[in-house]
Design a protein around this ligand. Sequence first.
Ligand SMILES: Nc1nc2c(ncn2[C@@H]2O[C@H](COP(=O)(O)OP(=O)(O)OP(=O)(O)O)[C@@H](O)[C@H]2O)c(=O)[nH]1
Ligand SMILES: [Mg+2]
Length: 254
Amino acid sequence: MMNSLPPVKGNRIICELPLYFTRDAAVHTKDGFNITVKDACQGQKTGLNVAKVIVVGDVGVGKTCLINRFCKDSFDKTYKATIGVDFEMERFEVLGVPFSLQLWDTAGQERFRCIASTYYRGAQAIIVVFDLSNYSSLDHAREWLEDAMRDNDPSSVLLFLVGTKKDLSHPEQLAVMEQEAVRISEEIRAEYWAVSALSGESVRDFFLRVASLTFEATVLSELERNNSRQASDIKSRTIVMKILKRDNPAAVVD
Ligand SMILES: Nc1nc2c(ncn2[C@@H]2O[C@H](COP(=O)(O)OP(=O)(O)OP(=O)(O)O)[C@@H](O)[C@H]2O)c(=O)[nH]1
Ligand SMILES: [Mg+2]
């Protein structure tokens, strides 16, 4: 069968774990990929290759612009509200393995909140976006997170708190906002990033980090599942052997 997909773009190929934004609020601070994950990728012992990422936050904070800067390298100054939910698929290659992010861009407008929330289920990562020049949007971050978490398993979701429109903030204002954002990130166990969709600052670094960390987590949980399946296979085989032995000792060879 012909594979019609074009090759993954050069700047979507990840060989080393990209660095966090700030050490104080990072999902983890290791400087390389998990060794088990690396080994599994080398042996191509991994098949799961797509992760769902949902992007939430107040109206107009810049969710759509953030995604468009990364996926299309474009920026639109005029505001066009997202209606319900939009969807982008972005392909990567991590440690030689094809991997895709499904980016779900949800509407911040109150009247769409209900529709948007039906898409929250089954996310591997949640990106809560706020506007670095608007304190109340940061104040609402926790609410967005609680909403997005309702249909997800807290133990398996990676969280990111992203301040956008960095280009608009004065250094003093930025410092105050960042201090608070880092505090909240620590509290909710999210990784903090500050970006600008207008200038593009840190946008690609951020998404490469999201792709890498979700890839790592996805492979690890896949390996864990396989291991526990193997363990339970061995266990049930042992039980069957015991029963066979009990019922017909002569017929069973271990
Ligand atoms: N200066 C500046 N403006 C930005 C930036 N990102 C977004 N904007 C502007 O902010 C406005 C809202 O951006 P959107 O990306 O549409 O916001 P949204 O969060 O998707 O809004 P909803 O879809 O309604 O929830 C637009 O006018 C953008 O041009 C940025 O990094 N810098
Ligand atoms: Mg939008």
